[in-house]
Design a protein around this ligand. Sequence first.
Ligand code: HEM
Length: 162
Amino acid sequence: MIDPGAPLAAIEGLPLAMAMRHDLWLYPIVEIVHITGFVTLVGSIIVFDLRLLGLSKALPVRLLARHVLPWSIGALLLIVPSGLMMFIAHAGDFISNTAFIVKMSLLFCAGINAAVFHAGVFRGAAAWDSGVATPVAAKLHALLSLIIWAGVLACGRLLAYV
Ligand code: HEM
């Protein structure tokens, strides 16, 4: 009889997972890294989405993208390892936490939305780079992005309460 909890118990038994549970300062420091990462990521996404929604029309969209995208990607290098370190410390609890499942699902949706935007309407950005209205499709991607990321933040915070 295979024990479904065995993989989660093995993850929680990892030396790093045990250190995350037993060391007084490791978990809070890792959480601060996580917070620093997602503040940078979501902050840069909000700035870009507001431009797509039509604010600061004089600001060239492609120039702004070249400025914020490296920060978004750099922030992921903080967010993902720190998130995984917190996850393995209490894998059994998080995997059965609805807020965690919804958060990971929203992250997947955020990735799809960004990929469709970059592969689609953003390829024609030269035509609406500055001084003119952005296409409806770009606005819809931006609106969806803002709603999804608000959901990710809410679910992240609710993790401790659900
Ligand atoms: C990429 C975007 C992400 C964002 C915007 C995000 C956001 C958040 C937020 C707002 C919190 C609550 C922090 C607090 O209130 O102290 C949080 C906690 C957490 N996040 Fe993330 N997160 C992201 C990715 C991830 C990933 C990829 C994982 C990995 C599996 C993860 C795992 C966790 C865990 C385990 C906690 C709970 C910490 C705790 O309360 O003990 N996160 N996240």
